[in-house]
Design a protein around this ligand. Structure first.
Ligand SMILES: [Zn+2]
Length: 254
């Protein structure tokens, strides 16, 4: 069992599977402790096509789906906050940041993983989580910040943003912001874990499975696009940021 720990901070059930499912499964498979903080239960989403539950039961239904996905991916610890799906723009950012700080201090991760500044699809909830997780990464080490959580301060070593590289728009009709390929610091091959990623995305999160990632392309190309995840090393606890890396835990002492 590795001594390394990783924490993903995301907005909705299914973000963890569809967006970073390969990284979570890969590192869990390597014996790394992978935990997850999700801000909402995704009740503003679809009940499925055809519907799998009534809309008033969707929060509960999606929480169950999320727990199943965590089992599939090997996420060992899941925390869900009680925010309403679709409202994160209106919540107190300091309070949300405090929840992220508490999760960092509780899990004591080496690596924190979240959305890039565009929140992948410009979803306001994703963008707010990006801001809160980024702020939390920087202040969790300050014992004077959020002292009321009663947890010892902790400085994670690396903060990664998931991004979509520009080159993908040449292959798939991706209509959201992309990252210039030269700015991507980590291209993670997740082929050995793509079955887990697909099962978590489509079997566990079955209410959302009709909403395909990368629409209007062949299954082969979708497979190819999903088999690689792209990240930017956005911040560290003092170490220099290399132009490229092969692993999120490279350079970190166990
Ligand atoms: Zn989402």
């Amino acid at each position: 069992m590795s001594q390394y720990r990783m924490l993903g901070i995301f907005a909705h059930p299914d973000d963890e599977s569809r967006i970073v499912g390969g990284a979570l499964a890969r590192y869990a498979d390597q014996g790394i402790s992978v935990s997850l903080l999700v801000a909402t239960r995704g009740e503003a989403g679809s009940c499925g096509e055809p519907p799998l539950c009534d809309s008033e039961d969707l929060a509960q239904f999606r929480e169950r789906e999320l727990r199943e996905a965590c089992e599939i991916l090997g996420v060992s610890d899941l925390s869900i906050l009680d925010y309403q799906d679709g409202t994160l723009e209106d919540v107190d950012l300091d309070e949300l940041t405090g929840h992220c700080v508490a999760a960092i201090r509780r899990q004591r991760p080496h690596v924190v993983l979240t959305f890039g500044p565009e929140g992948r699809t410009l979803h306001p909830d994703h963008i707010v989580i990006h801001k809160a997780a980024t702020a939390a990464f920087h202040i969790a080490a300050d014992p004077e910040a959020y002292p009321d959580d009663g947890l010892p301060a902790h400085a994670p070593e690396k903060l990664y943003y998931h991004v979509v590289p520009e080159s993908i728009t040449e292959q798939a009709s991706w209509r959201f912001p992309t990252q210039p390929d030269r700015e991507v610091t980590l291209v993670l091959d997740v082929r050995p874990w793509i079955t887990q990623k697909q099962r978590a995305s489509n079997e566990a999160h079955r209410s959302q499975a009709h909403d395909l990632i990368f629409k209007g392309i062949t299954d082969e190309l979708r497979w190819e696009l999903l088999s690689t995840e792209h990240y930017v090393l956005a911040a560290t606890s003092g170490r220099p940021i290399p132009a490229s890396e092969h692993d999120m835990f490279s350079g970190i002492d166990e």
